[in-house]
Design a protein around this ligand. Structure first.
Ligand code: NOJ
Length: 673
């Protein structure tokens, strides 16, 4: 017998490794700690690795093949035998420096299968599966070995075979743009083509599944190619020359992840992706500070200001000081200033090589502004738009961060507005993955947090680099200023929590208070005022913006909610949700006993009953409620808002009345005798 059977005796954990030998092909079985999810791994008759997944007896993934193809090397797709296996289990907890949960439990069972080709060069490939109660992660590992050193991967052939043609929430790959700024659609799988992850499935059996990846390190992003009506196959984003990944043994792929939920909210509260990343590489985290900011920003998108020089230049010393005064007066921590540096004049998107990241425009006195901000206890938030000129940016990286560090800037928003990096590489290929990592690591050296726009999708790297605070990677509020299609439709923000947000925090930039602006495209913010507030709870970002012009907040009672609402949370629950229709989230403040609730709806008005069972026991709370007022609706009357208070506790059920495109935001403060 082969030695895989010996591993049977090593089983110490609660999961059951069952080895059966139908047709001489052993099947390995692994269960999640709660036993609800089961993974089976086996080899086909031709020695091709395959896996399948079920949840409470329902098939989630049917047998799906695993393998790799290389340039100039025989593919590793079949002809394998299992030489040994290992099984491990873990049940630990770890603390986040910031997040949607303070403590995360890492409770999983793991199966590692060591494969060897039976003939030829007898190359080695391992598969590692981890089952959590919230789903599956698996990755390939290629050990150091005699006949495999440097490789050029031409294809990853991981299949995801569903039992049926389910509905999927998806965005296209590199279609409208190359940084995920598309509207999600729900379609039967068989009508899609190549889609991005996270891709979220509503199954015919009532399950909610999401395919994505974790710990994308020195590899290409995985997109999903529809290979059959009920099947996707991993499709790695290539380099310009067609190679997918350059690697050298030993190496591991990112984790391929599958969240399995019984409710839409289970996707939101899943911690699988974070658990599959490495602990922090940054030891001193004292300089990492979640915060709220305003910016010389919306004005550019409304064409009130310009990035480049001229009469409308937004980033002037005088204007920046005004923004700093406003932030100081209202207790906001940061002021973002875009268009402060040389390189914006003319069509800045065409060629980013004009950008200097150390030379300010003459009307922006960076030293004086740095001092003024410090005097007012406000941080300047830096801005590095590259227009995709990644190499040019890398050449200046050290000097750029050194400058910002010297004048007290501890967060920088980066940007890559261009279809390609350096004119030919994708943002989400291995080239981009390497570039973004270099920026995060260099920023950490200078104690700078990163807010990355036009990024490669998030894969939980904020666990390893907690200075990677937030990213764009989706259609944010800015589309409501200028988008040719009129802006983000009302359902957009009821879809994002179950799709884009599964890849990590988003710098969506909520907080629009003025709905009267006019732009050539007639774009608009398609929400009520109350919904803008609720977005601070439903859209997680540890750097959270108040997006509107300061003058639009002055003397508005609803602004109090933006001032109060925290950016980070010790707990998160989802009392109710239907993807694309409505969602209610409740979150506990990281630093106090307060709870917050945000409920939002699509274009339809609706009434939601929300039992407040998430509130702490034996505690009464004052609920400050910001809800849509009489006649409010996103189309013609966004402003009416009622601000009321009520005493509640965990036995209370609140009735929320959301206007069309509306929402409710609530702060719950414990009443102390
Ligand atoms: C696109 C970003 O998303 C936006 O926030 C920024 O203002 C512009 N690029 C300019 O950098």
């Amino acid at each position: 017998m082969k030695n895989y059977l010996y591993t049977f005796g090593l089983t110490l954990c609660s999961c059951a490794l069952i080895v059966s030998c139908a047709k001489e092909q052993p099947t390995y079985k692994l269960s999640s700690p709660d036993q609800a999810t089961t993974l089976e791994f086996s080899l086909t008759e031709s020695g091709a690795p395959q896996y399948k997944v079920s949840h409470n007896g329902t098939s989630v993934l049917e047998p799906s093949l695993l393998g790799f193809e290389f340039e100039d090397l025989k593919s590793m797709t079949d002809g394998f035998e299992i030489i040994s296996s290992e099984e491990h289990s873990a049940d630990t907890s770890w603390e986040q420096p910031w997040g949607e949960f303070k403590t995360i439990r890492d409770h999983h069972n793991e199966l590692v299968v060591h494969l060897k080709e039976t003939e030829g060069e007898q190359r080695l490939m391992d598969l590692k599966f981890r089952l959590f109660d919230d789903g599956l992660g698996f990755r390939y590992a290629f050990p150091k070995q005699e006949h495999m050193d440097s490789v050029k991967i031409s294809n990853e052939l991981t299949q995801f075979t569903f039992p049926q043609n389910h509905d999927v929430w998806w965005i296209p790959v590199h279609a409208e743009n190359s940084y995920y700024e598309s509207l999600y659609k729900k379609s039967p799988m068989n009508t899609t083509d190549t889609i991005n992850t996270p891709a979220t499935f509503e199954t015919k059996d009532g399950l909610y599944l999401a395919l994505h990846e974790a710990n994308l390190t020195d590899f290409a992003s995985m997109t999903l190619l529809k290979s059959k009506d009920n099947q996707y196959e991993s499709d790695l984003v290539p380099w310009a020359n067609g190679v997918k990944v350059y690697a050298q043994t030993p190496f591991e792929t990112p984790w391929r992840t599958l969240i399995i939920g019984e409710q839409p909210g289970d996707l939101v509260t899943s911690t699988l992706m974070l658990n599959l990343n490495e602990p922090s590489k940054i030891e001193d985290l004292s300089w990492i500070k979640p915060s709220k900011y305003i910016g010389i920003w919306w004005g550019m998108h409304l064409d009130k200001y310009s990035w480049g020089q001229g009469d409308k230049h937004g980033a002037t010393t005088e204007n920046t000081k005004k923004y700093i005064d406003f932030a100081a007066k209202h207790g906001l921590d940061g002021v973002l200033v875009e268009g402060w540096n040389l390189g914006w004049d003319g069509d800045w998107t065409a060629d980013g090589r004009a950008f200097s990241f150390t030379q300010p425009y003459p009307d922006f006195d960076i030293e004086a502004i740095g001092e003024y901000a410090a005097m007012n206890n406000v941080r300047l938030i830096g801005h590095h738009e590259t227009a995709g000129a990644a190499k040019h940016y890398e050449d200046q990286l050290e000097d750029a961060f050194k400058l910002y560090n010297r004048i007290g800037v501890n967060a920088v928003k980066t940007g890559y507005v261009n279809k390609y990096l350096d004119k030919k590489e994708w943002h989400d290929g291995q080239y981009g993955v390497r570039h973004y990592r270099k920026v995060i690591e260099t920023a950490a050296k200078y104690h700078i947090m990163i807010d990355n726009h036009e990024p490669v999708k998030g894969t939980g790297l904020q666990r390893t680099y907690p200075n990677l605070m937030t990213q764009e990677g989706g259609r944010g509020q800015e589309y409501n200023a200028w988008s040719a299609d009129g802006g983000n439709p009302p359902e957009h923000t009821t879809i994002l929590p179950f799709t884009r947000m599964l890849s990590g925090p988003m710098d969506f930039t909520p907080g629009n208070f003025d709905f009267s602006y006019e732009t050539p495209n007639k774009a608009m913010v398609p929400t009520t005022l109350a919904k803008q507030l609720a977005l601070y709870v439903t859209m997680f970002s540890p750097l959270q913006m108040a997006s509107d012009l300061p003058e639009n907040y002055e003397s508005k009672p609803a602004f109090q909610f933006i001032k109060d609402v925290p950016e980070i949370w010790s707990e998160t629950v989802v009392p109710n949700a239907e993807i694309g229709k409505y969602v209610t989230m409740a979150r506990k403040d990281w630093n106090s006993l307060d709870w917050y609730l945000g409920a939002i709806t699509n274009a339809d008005a609706r009434q939601l009953q929300v039992p407040l069972t998430f509130l702490d026991e034996n505690t009464s709370y004052t609920a400050q409620i910001y809800e849509d007022g009489e006649g409010a609706n996103y189309k013609s009357n966004p402003y009416p808002i009622n601000i009321t208070t009520k005493t509640v506790d965990r036995n209370t059920t609140l009735e929320l009345n959301l206007a069309a495109g509306g929402g409710t935001a609530i702060r719950f403060t414990p009443i102390t005798e």
